[in-house]
Design a protein around this ligand. Structure first.
Ligand SMILES: Cc1cc2nc3c(=O)[nH]c(=O)nc-3n(C[C@H](O)[C@H](O)[C@H](O)COP(=O)(O)OP(=O)(O)OC[C@H]3O[C@@H](n4cnc5c(N)ncnc54)[C@H](O)[C@@H]3O)c2cc1C
Length: 402
């Protein structure tokens, strides 16, 4: 009899876990809280060789995965080029990766609108609680329910996300809407702007419907801005006066908060990036947090992806880390006689990887604020330019091998 796993969370981490466990002979049920299919998040995702390999391991194709970017280009405050470096990468979107993985999940094993609120580990099985009520039973529960995981909250209530002191503003502009100068000088590259105190990363991704044709793509704008915790509370309060904890759904961000963000951009950023922002659909912000579970398991319950650890986005590892967690989980469980022992081995392998990713990302984040003698207000004199250019959205070498 195949053993049965329940995966809480049907985003990218949950889909990797479900698909790779299926391939290791498990029967899988995915329980996703959202009552509609997840889509339209629009976020850009930098891919890596290891991620491509694991997408293919689920049975999905990586043909037409995204836009090939050849070069990293650093701009100064005026929009002039400060530095260039060859670094070929394919950049895709959250939607693209999600839909590829979603199509691989066996029919009938993905359930929407199911809110997993906890679990009961019975020793020889584990059952989930759904909206506080007893739910289905299985041999294994995977908590892939994101960085505010209910599964982790029960297993390790002391683990709390830590605010970095800055937020990221994100926006997408259609290639066709950009001026000829921005389309030719900024759009094709992985672009950076690196003055002290703020940072921009931008790159092209596919257009809606994974449209990769020139003229139909979009530019993914990512802007890190410091926000003291007191001001963050106001930014997280919506027009109805409701204060959202930790982060706010994009449609709930107040128009005056967006206007203030755009006005700040106009004062601080190089003209090409101001143009991108001005031509973007509704920009939104996300406060940057990280966290790290000290272990990724207990009994018959495993944590994976953002539920297990979050590194700040500078390393561009969230999706890749979730894929690697899922690969290790399925490998340790493949043919394992005892689930808890397999989960202990999984945790021993992956928790240090989560710790390393979090540290590299913290180090990159700290570089935003390091001020050299003589200042770096125009982005021409960043003391860490070479490190930022070569390590941003690049898998740290010890983690690059499966
Ligand atoms: C600005 C920015 C840029 C980024 N850039 C990159 C990048 O370039 N490359 C990269 O790899 N990553 C990047 N990331 C990170 C990446 O988006 C995430 O790390 C990745 O999606 C993690 O997936 P996950 O499935 O573990 O968690 P999530 O995507 O958070 O999914 C959790 C899922 O669980 C569901 N859920 C939550 N609670 C429950 C519950 N109680 N019951 C049932 N379901 C539940 C949620 O609805 C959701 O679908 C970036 C993130 C940010 C903010």
């Amino acid at each position: 009899m195949p053993r049965h796993a329940i995966v809480a969370g049907g985003s990218i981490g949950g889909l990797f876990a479900a698909n790779l466990l299926c391939r290791a002979g498990w029967e899988v049920t995915v329980l996703e809280r959202s009552d509609i299919e997840l889509s339209g998040r629009g976020a850009g995702i930098v891919t890596h060789d290891i991620l491509n390999r694991l997408i293919r391991a689920t049975g999905a194709t990586t043909d037409d995965l995204g836009v090939a970017v050849q070069e990293r280009v650093v701009f100064d405050r005026s929009g002039a080029v400060v530095a260039r470096r060859d670094l070929p990468q394919v950049v895709t979107s959250w939607d693209r990766v999600h839909s590829l993985l979603r199509a691989q999940v066996p029919h009938g094993s993905y359930r929407l609108g199911v809110n997993v609120t906890g679990y009961d580990d019975h020793g020889d099985s584990v059952s989930v609680r759904i909206d506080g009520q007893p739910g289905p039973e299985a041999d294994l529960l995977v908590g892939a329910d994101g960085f505010r995981s209910a599964v982790r909250a029960q297993m390790l209530p002391e683990v709390q996300p830590v605010y970095s002191g800055y937020v990221v503003w994100r926006a997408l502009a259609h290639e066709a809407d950009l001026s000829e100068a921005v389309r030719s000088e900024v759009f094709p590259h992985f672009g950076l702007y690196l003055p002290t105190g703020t940072q921009i990363v931008g790159y092209p991704i596919a257009g809606p419907g994974n449209d990769l044709r020139p003229g139909h793509r979009r530019y993914n704008f990512v802007w890190y801005v410091p926000v003291p915790e007191g001001d963050l509370a106001d930014m997280l309060t919506d027009a109805d006066g409701h204060r959202h904890a930790i982060s706010i759904p994009p449609p709930r961000v107040r128009p005056d908060v967006i206007r203030a963000g755009v006005a700040l951009a106009e004062r601080m950023l190089p003209p090409p990036f101001v143009e991108v922002l001005g031509k973007s659909e509704m920009p939104f912000f996300t406060p940057i947090y990280d966290h790290l579970a000290p272990r990724y398991w207990h009994g018959r319950v495993a944590l994976s992806g953002d539920a297990a650890s979050v590194a700040r986005p500078h390393v561009g590892m969230g999706v890749t880390k979730a894929a690697c967690d899922a690969e290790a989980l399925a490998r340790h469980l493949d043919g394992a006689a005892a689930v808890p022992e397999a989960l202990a081995a999984y945790s021993a392998e992956r928790q240090p990887a989560g710790a390393l990713a979090r540290q590299v990302a913290r180090d990159l984040g700290a570089m935003i604020f390091q001020a050299p003698d003589g200042g770096n207000s125009d982005g021409r004199n960043n003391p860490n330019l070479a490190t930022i250019v070569s390590e941003t959205a690049v898998v740290p070498p010890p983690l690059a091998v499966v």
